[in-house]
Design a protein around this ligand. Structure first.
Ligand SMILES: Nc1nc2c(c(=O)[nH]1)N[C@H]1C(S)=C(S)[C@@H](COP(=O)(O)OP(=O)(O)OC[C@H]3O[C@@H](n4cnc5c(=O)[nH]c(N)nc54)[C@H](O)[C@@H]3O)O[C@H]1N2
Ligand SMILES: Nc1nc2c(c(=O)[nH]1)N[C@H]1C(S)=C(S)[C@@H](COP(=O)(O)OP(=O)(O)OC[C@H]3O[C@@H](n4cnc5c(=O)[nH]c(N)nc54)[C@H](O)[C@@H]3O)O[C@H]1N2
Ligand SMILES: [Mo]
Length: 768
């Protein structure tokens, strides 16, 4: 039998395999000695913030905190490879479009500003002034500033993001499509209504005090590997960890901490999950309602036997609204409904309720498995309900912990990347900069693509990212991009979005986090905000990839100066000369940043105020709100047994649309990504077997009339509930109609895609 790259991975996550993977990642991109030196500066008090994820740094880092995927992110950015004008001269854009995403980015770091030349179908180098002049001409030619879209991907620093929103608002629009619209928008929309803030409420120290950790819909072994240190420590001290995840993810089962010399030397491992509940894809709200029903039953039993009950009645009375309505709804929701929608037994859910009532303090962590659903907003609110029942806010070891995606996605929103243009922000900008910012709500990511597709928007500027590839329905999205008058990409590396050329396309090369940022006022640091609202400095030291590359703040300021000229009299050059001045401006606009420049000079930085951590609720009522979700919102296949619910997810060797390599080690996939994970019974019922070639066919109501197919995938029999399936992002985006999104947050339902399976016409590709 030939090896098809699909095996059973038997090791714990982490451990020696992870160390080996780091060595290979470095070797593929740069000199090993240089690589090791760079890794040691990663997430140190005077080093750079790891571009890998938004998990916070322990306060007293003494040694390098090991992280395999952080090492991949850093070596991918600090690579020796260069995408020079000569490289672009050697390949037409049409030719590059036929490459896979790995090969396009693996061309290396961009070295020069480039503009697309349609005659030769190539990107050609241009000067910075020429690039800025063309952008200014394009933006100033639009009859209405609302015809331009300004995207941000969450790696941009606070300084870059603040200048960007300042420029865009001075130009005249609130069109701020943002990567968070595809990510934690359900959190940003759902939580403020419940607890008055759209962010996490815990700090890293809270994990030392939690008596129970519930982990829902995130895969930290791959996507937040430094969190494994925290979970490992919690498991070691005996705190139960309940996991709700359709797939068995190895790092949540057992983990060998590379920092633990004994575990490494003895090939030992620590079990992470005490209870692993394989919820059906899209079944979390039902599961959470089941747990809450269990809590109410335990409370009633305790009261009946003379106890004080298991609810925190004093907290509920003093701090919340809506408790009675929640109870009424939970009573009306039957166990049969809950079991069918969640795929979990009443006994399993009642057991979680028991663990929850035994724990004095509980933290619930969650990721994309919760937010990327049509009911993402409701999902997030059920988590808040559960925590409120026992007063799990505003005391040590308790709270809610959304695992943010990009390393500074949270900071970008805090400093003003927000299509809703909050009043306080607008007033602050007017006070400090003397112009009246636009009031009307702008476009989020999905609305921006709609506007571009329909011709209502004609220019797109992207501060990082790979928007077209990250969004659903590439057929429609790619066509939309090609209809633009002007596309501008500020980027470290080339990607497919740059190749979907507009009438005029410009790519501007920027510095990454790891690199020395030298301005007129000397070397500069930037600042970022992590998942736990800690703001701290990041200082790169590596030499820039070429003398022509500029920092993101400098590029944004250059565009602003060219577009606005003397309009509004903002001193763009002055702010870029010394980023302290940008931070002074942020502080003047946003009071939460009082003392910004002093406070980031303290190692570890400072924490932004989090109301619920002090039991302060910035809701309309001034209290936390129990928010009722009627029924179980079964998502989305419903009654048709031929339809499966597909979740799209990340492999271990990728960063969003950046594909580092083709292994997904912990899931046993090697050298390929063209697979679909299925339950063995679902395969058998369709007369299929593991290893067969299958076509996955879209079955969303929103996509009616068009048949989207992801063909020729190899079926993997996997530990996943019946009725659920999984495949890799971004390839599977072809199966997701643009309209398949959460109506409240606009988040595409990347994790609940209705699909059907059929045997591929050609089974043996080699023979065909
Ligand atoms: N190395 C690396 N690090 C990253 C990233 C990366 O791509 N690579 N991306 C960054 C970004 S932007 C983000 S947003 C985060 C993403 O981090 P995660 O939130 O971990 O993202 P995913 O891999 O998309 O999916 C997470 C998990 O959700 C589970 N899941 C799928 N559907 C459901 C469901 O219906 N219910 C439940 N309970 N679980 C479900 C999947 O099995 C998977 O384990 O990571 C960040 N960090
Ligand atoms: N099907 C499906 N689709 C999804 C998801 C999913 O789970 N399933 N997840 C969604 C989520 S959570 C997110 S956050 C989005 C991600 O969407 P994006 O944030 O738009 O995508 P990335 O792949 O992170 O962007 C990669 C590119 O960013 C550029 N880049 C890297 N570092 C820097 C830098 O420091 N500065 C600048 N200017 N550019 C840089 C490089 O050119 C690189 O090619 O995708 C979403 N799409
Ligand atoms: Mo994300």
């Amino acid at each position: 039998m030939t090896d098809n790259g699909i095996r059973t991975y038997t090791h714990a996550a982490g451990g020696w395999d992870a160390l080996g993977a780091v060595a290979r990642a470095i070797k593929g991109q740069m000199n090993a000695v240089a690589g090791a030196k760079i890794m040691l500066r990663n997430n140190q008090p005077d080093g750079f913030d790891c571009p890998g994820c938004a998990w916070p740094d322990p306060k007293h880092t003494s040694a390098f905190e090991f992280c395999e995927n952080g090492a991949k992110a850093v070596s991918w950015e600090a690579t020796d490879k260069r995408a020079t004008p000569e490289v672009f001269a050697a390949h037409t854009v049409t030719e590059l479009l036929a490459w896979n995403d790995h090969d396009i980015e693996n061309l290396g770091r961009l070295t020069h500003p480039m503009a697309y030349d349609a005659a030769s179908d190539r990107y050609l180098a241009i000067g910075w002034d020429e690039a800025f002049a063309r952008i200014a001409a394009g933006l100033n030619a639009l009859p209405d500033p609302n015809m331009a879209e300004f995207y941000t991907s969450g790696r941009a620093s606070n300084e870059a993001a603040f200048l960007y929103q300042l420029f865009v608002r001075a130009y005249g629009t609130n069109n701020f499509p943002d990567c968070s619209n595809m990510c934690h928008e359900a959190t940003s929309v759902g939580l403020p209504k419940a607890i008055g803030i759209g962010k996490g409420t815990v700090s890293l120290e809270d994990f030392d005090h939690a008596e129970l950790i519930i982990s829902i819909g995130h895969n930290p072994g791959t996507n937040h590997p430094r969190m494994m240190t925290t979970l490992h420590a919690a498991a070691r001290r005996g705190a139960p960890i309940v996991v709700l995840n359709p797939l068995r993810e190895r790092a949540l089962e057992r983990f060998t901490a590379p920092q633990d010399p004994l575990e490494m030397a003895t090939f030992g491992a620590t079990a992470i999950a005490s209870d692993y509940l394989q919820v059906k894809v899209g079944g979390d709200a039902a599961a959470l309602k089941g747990v809450m029903k269990g809590v109410l039953a335990l409370d009633a039993a305790d009261l009946a036997s003379g106890g004080a009950g298991t609810l925190d009645r004093a907290f509920i009375a003093e701090h919340t609204n809506g408790f009675d309505a929640l109870v009424a709804d939970l009573e009306a929701t039957g166990w049969a409904q809950i079991e069918s929608a969640s795929g979990l037994s009443r006994a399993a859910l009642e057991n979680v309720a028991r663990l929850y009532c035994q724990a004095k303090s509980t933290i619930v962590c969650f990721g994309m498995g919760v937010t990327q659903h049509r009911h993402g907003t409701e999902n997030v609110q059920q988590i808040a309900n559960l925590l409120l029942l026992r007063g799990n806010f505003g005391r040590p070891g308790a709270g809610i912990c959304p695992l943010r995606g990009h390393s500074n996605v949270q900071g970008d929103r805090t400093v003003g990347i927000d299509e809703k243009a909050p009043q306080a922000l607008r007033e602050g900008l007017q006070r400090v900069f003397g112009f009246v910012p636009p009031v009307a709500k702008g476009h989020d990511a999905a609305e921006a693509i709609d506007a571009i597709f329909e011709g209502r928007a004609k220019a797109l500027v992207c501060l990082g990212g790979n928007l077209a590839v990250a969004m659903p329905d590439p057929v429609r999205t790619f066509a939309a991009m090609r209809g633009l008058e002007l596309a501008v990409h500020i980027a470290t590396k080339p990607n497919r979005s740059h190749l979907l050329t507009a009438r005029q396309s410009i790519v501007l090369p920027c510095l990454g986090r790891t690199e020395l940022d030298l301005q007129a006022g000397g070397p500069q640091s930037v600042t970022v905000e992590d998942s736990m609202s800690m703001v701290h400095a990041s200082t790169g030291r590596l030499p820039p990839p070429s003398e022509f590359v500029r920092s993101e703040p400098a590029i944004v300021a250059g565009i602003a100066q060219a577009v606005l000229g003397a309009r509004h009299g903002i001193d763009w050059a002055g702010m870029v000369a010394d980023y302290d001045r940008i931070r002074d401006a942020i502080e003047a606009v946003l009071p939460a940043f009082t003392g910004y420049n002093q406070r980031i000079r303290v190692p570890g930085g400072f924490r932004l105020p989090i109301g619920p951590a002090e039991r302060v609720w910035h809701t309309a009522s001034g209290k936390a709100e129990f928010l009722v979700m009627p029924g179980v919102l079964e998502d989305p296949a419903g009654a048709d047994p031929s339809v499966l619910t597909l979740a799209t997810l990340r492999s271990h060797d990728q960063y969003n649309t950046t594909i580092y390599g083709f292994d997904d080690r912990y899931r046993g996939i090697f050298g390929r990504r063209d697979v679909v994970f299925l339950n063995a019974d679902d395969l058998a019922e369709r007369g299929l077997a593991a290893g067969d070639r299958v076509d996955v066919v879209a079955a969303s109501a929103e996509g009616a009339g068009t048949e989207a197919v992801l063909g020729q995938l190899t079926a993997v029999a996997y530990a996943i509930p019946k009725g659920s399936a999984a495949a890799y992002y971004p390839e599977a985006n072809v199966l997701i109609p643009a309209a398949h999104r959460d109506p409240h947050s606009g988040t595409p339902s990347y994790k609940s895609v209705p699909v059907r399976l059929r045997r591929s016409a050609v089974q043996d590709i080699a023979a065909a």
